[in-house]
Write a protein that binds this ligand. Structure first.
Ligand code: CMP
Length: 841
């Protein structure tokens, strides 16, 4: 038979098998990979005992022939499946959250890989006849964890998202770290280089860092390419597939850097930057396709490797079993040290969330190894430059290790969690569940009667159904009476969890409707996720603090403001402010929806008192948002209007599109007409998608005109003053002048208001548009005598010390005016006779 036909038959047959396994795994409640491995081994055993199959003819016989002849070279695994597997995992990571926790994740990933590699390596070296390098190589191979099993169980349990993120992020980066370490060790083994530890460390850094750079650059390039092919889903998705392979090959083959790190970096760039460029619909499709590709890669790697297990088993000796036991024990101990030693240390420094002992135990036991380890092991066994003894050692122990974790840890993970009580609803959750059940059963019971009448169903049948619901309701009620009633605080916490989840959902819903932009949604959704963790940890207090975080000025905003102040660069500040506008408007919209939701829905589930409490919390948040928005709008009223119009425009487009589709569904317009109309809408939507640029309105001419003491000046004098002044925008709450500092400039308020915290005065002195401050330090050469803080957004004009003197020398009347004001300000604090005007210069 033609070779290609044999191949296709083999792979298609395996895919058929793969398609049957997920439902079976769900039914048997075992992790999917465990079942996959079992199926692969069974198939391998069947082929090996080929005599049974000898008589088979036709497609089935050919299938088995094909499998026994399938040349599963490690290169197929490395170059075809591995890039897909890694790209898919990295794409699914929420980069923003990864960045939030980068320090603990990196520490966990990189440290854990090293600890495991060395623990396993040295333990095996001590007991086996192998050299140190092959033992370390094996350690690196088994240092990567496959999070799929643990993460899916965490999801079932509703574990804190940050914890899931830690596990996912760790396993992604530990793949990269372990593979980079693996390549280094393999190089040492094959090249017989003995460059020593320092050279090895430098090599590792070069390979890791270089790979990250390649991936980053290629990822950015791909994102640039996305824009011209915008709204071309097929083209965009294809581009990402090409990117996965090209970044791997370019780094690995041409530049001799870590291809794996390059793929991961490229995927992270696409997942963050690319996501904002690719349209939402396309992104959903892209995620589906990658999930599918990842599933195929993972399944085929497992099946192909499992097929050769029976051959390996044949060669296993008792000493191998002993080595395996040592490796497993060493790896477990290493992971234990990281989880129970490093993680608590990180939380002690506030770098990571506290993780309960039970959860840590699950993370320890759930450290399954997967496709990546198998692929690496294959790469060693097929490397001609590695001695046969080492090949055999790695093949037996690495596959043994992976399958041990799958069959022993994988199958016992759920019972272990059961023992630790992690799979039970907490009393609070059970009470919630019963409350929700009681409500919905009562509602259904009410409606069943109506339904029976509408559909003219027999009285008896309807009655039977009603009785059934009545019994359920009674059972639930009796269970509810038996349980301890929930305290008010518990109920409020439950309500908050519901509200935050709902909040996040609403942001996504508005995004799907095309009303919110992706950047804003991601920011808000990430904030909501963080709020959720805060509620879980600290209840109501956590909620208030975390939720108000949206209003605080972020680090980026401060950085933008710093750039503006010190280098006069306006763009980042304008962009940040524009985003703040959109964020505040969106939060306000969603908070209003949440209040309605809380009053209608939550009041039923949690009772009126808790609902009132929740409503109060929402009202406070809304108030803060309104205030922040009002302050911004006061400064930039036109921008607020532009933004509102844009929102309205997008909502209108959505209605228009729905209308056209309805007309088409009713056959009023043909497909061609619909296409034409939709193209038109797409064009207009693009125009509305760009956030309008925000003009900070810091034109000095304009600002100088707003200050009364300059307003009356002749044009050429005014022009000269304009040259001396610098404009500056300050944010609400920002301290402009600090008491005790040396004064080297003074300020004129073109718009906005500040408060002067005068020592000895109970209430701060407020200054507004047209006023000035910071003159005293210049006049008398003493340190600043008060703090001055911005009450809202302020446009200031800054006059440097030397320019101040130049100005007042030319214009004595200006000097007199400023001195008078300063004297008046100082007057109440001086002994009566000492009201003397300082001489100035
Ligand atoms: P300076 O001392 O340079 O820095 C702090 C500024 O606060 C000070 O200049 C004045 O401009 C302002 N300031 C100090 N005291 C008062 C006051 N009583 N009323 C209004 N402004 C004041």
């Amino acid at each position: 038979m033609h070779a290609i036909v044999v191949y296709v038959l083999g792979v298609a047959g395996l895919l058929l098998l793969v398609s049957a396994l997920p439902p079976l795994a769900a039914r048997l409640r075992v992790p999917y990979t465990v079942l996959l491995a079992a199926a692969g081994i069974a198939l391998g055993a069947l082929i090996k005992g080929a005599t049974v199959l000898d008589g088979l003819a036709g497609p089935l016989g050919d299938f088995f022939v094909s499998l026994s002849g399938l040349d599963l070279s490690s290169e197929t695994l490395l170059y075809i499946f591995l890039p897909v597997l890694l790209f898919e995992t990295a794409l699914a990571i929420d980069v923003r959250r990864l960045m939030d926790d980068l320090a603990p994740i990196l520490a966990m990933a990189v440290v854990a890989v090293f600890v495991c590699t060395f623990a396993v390596g040295y333990a095996l070296w001590a007991v086996s006849p192998m050299g140190l390098v092959p033992c370390l190589l094996l350690g690196a191979i088994v240092a990567t964890t496959d999070p799929a099993a643990v993460v899916s169980i965490f999801r079932d349990l509703g574990a804190p998202r940050r914890l899931t993120m830690l596990v996912e992020g760790e396993s992604l980066l530990n793949d990269a770290a372990a593979i980079a370490l693996f390549s280094l060790l393999l190089g040492m083994l094959t090249r017989r280089s003995d460059g020593g530890a320092l050279e090895a460390a430098l090599d590792f850094l070069r390979s890791f860092g270089g790979g990250a750079c390649v991936g980053f650059v290629l990822g950015r390039l791909a994102c640039l390419l996305v824009t011209p092919v915008r709204d071309q889903p097929m083209a965009e998705i294809t581009l990402t597939v090409a990117l996965a392979y090209l970044s791997f090959l370019l780094a690995d083959h041409y530049l001799e850097m870590s291809g794996v790190v390059a793929v991961v970096a490229a995927a992270l760039v696409v997942g963050s930057v690319g996501k904002t460029r690719i349209s939402p619909d396309t992104w959903v499709a892209l995620e589906h396709i990658w999930k599918q590709l990842g599933f195929w890669a993972n399944s085929l790697i497992f099946l192909l490797v499992a097929l050769v297990i029976p051959h390996i088993v044949e060669r296993v000796s008792w000493s191998d079993v002993g080595y395996l036991a040592v490796a497993v024990a060493a790896a477990l101990a290493a992971r234990g040290v990281v989880l129970f030693g490093l993680l608590p240390a990180l939380s002690a420094f506030g770098l990571a969330q506290r993780v309960g002992h039970a959860t840590k135990a699950v993370m320890l036991w759930g450290g399954l190894r997967g496709a990546v380890s198998l692929t690496l092991a294959m790469a060693v066994t097929e490397n001609g430059r590695v001695s046969a003894g080492v090949q055999e050692f790695v093949a037996v122990l690495a596959t043994g290790f992976v399958f041990f974790t799958l069959f022993v840890n994988g199958t016992t993970l759920r019972p272990v969690m059961h023992k630790l009580g992690l799979d039970r609803l907490s009393p609070v959750e059970r009470a919630m569940r019963n409350r929700a059940l009681a409500l919905s059963v009562a509602r259904v019971q009410e409606r069943v009667g109506d339904l029976a009448r509408t559909y003219e169903i027999e009285e008896l049948a309807a009655q039977r159904l009603l009785d059934h619901y009545g019994e359920r309701l009674e059972a639930i009620e009796s269970e509810r009476h038996a349980e301890a009633p929930l305290s008010e605080a518990e109920r409020v916490t439950i309500g908050l969890v519901i509200l935050v989840n709902r909040e996040q959902e609403r942001y996504y819903a508005h995004f799907q409707e095309g009303i919110l932009s992706r950047g804003v949604v991601e920011f808000l959704a990430a904030r909501a996720a963080r709020t959720l963790d805060a509620v879980r940890a600290q209840g109501e207090a956590g909620y208030a603090k975390a939720a108000d975080g949206i209003i605080d000025f972020s680090l980026q905003m401060r950085a933008a403001s710093w750039l503006h102040r010190h280098f006069g660069i306006q763009r980042p500040l304008a962009r940040r402010l524009a985003m703040r506008f959109e964020v505040l408007v969106s939060v306000r919209m969603v908070l209003r929806e949440l209040r309605a939701f809380s009053r209608q829905r939550l009041a039923q589930v949690l009772g009126p008192d808790s609902a009132a409490e929740l409503d109060g919390l929402l009202a406070v948040r809304l108030d803060h948002v309104e205030k922040a928005l009002a302050a911004l709008r006061l400064q930039y009223p036109d921008y607020a209007t532009v933004l509102q119009n844009q929102y309205l425009g997008r909502a209108a487009l959505r209605l228009e599109a729905a209308d056209y589709r309805a007309l088409h569904a009713e056959s009023v317009i043909s497909q061609e007409v619909l296409n034409d109309l939709e193209r038109d809408i797409a064009g207009r939507r693009r125009a509305l998608e760009q956030a309008p640029t925000l003009d900070l309105r810091l034109d000095r001419n304009e600002l100088v005109r707003r200050v009364p003491i300059f307003a009356g000046l002749a044009p050429e004098r005014a022009a000269r003053i304009v040259k001396l002044l610098k404009s500056r925008l300050v944010l609400p709450g920002e301290t402009i002048v600090r008491r005790g500092d040396r004064g080297d400039c003074m300020f004129f308020i073109a718009s906005g208001a500040v408060e002067v915290l005068v020592p000895g005065l109970e209430t701060p002195v407020k200054l507004g548009s047209g006023d000035f401050f910071g003159e005293m330090a210049l006049l008398n050469g003493q340190p600043r005598n008060a703090d001055v803080r911005a009450l809202g957004y302020c446009q200031l004009l800054v006059l440097e010390e030397k320019d101040f003197w130049r100005l007042v020398r030319k214009d004595p009347s200006l000097r007199t005016h400023i001195e008078d004001v300063a004297a008046k300000r100082r007057a109440p604090f001086l002994p009566v006779k000492a009201v003397a005007v300082p001489a100035g210069e």
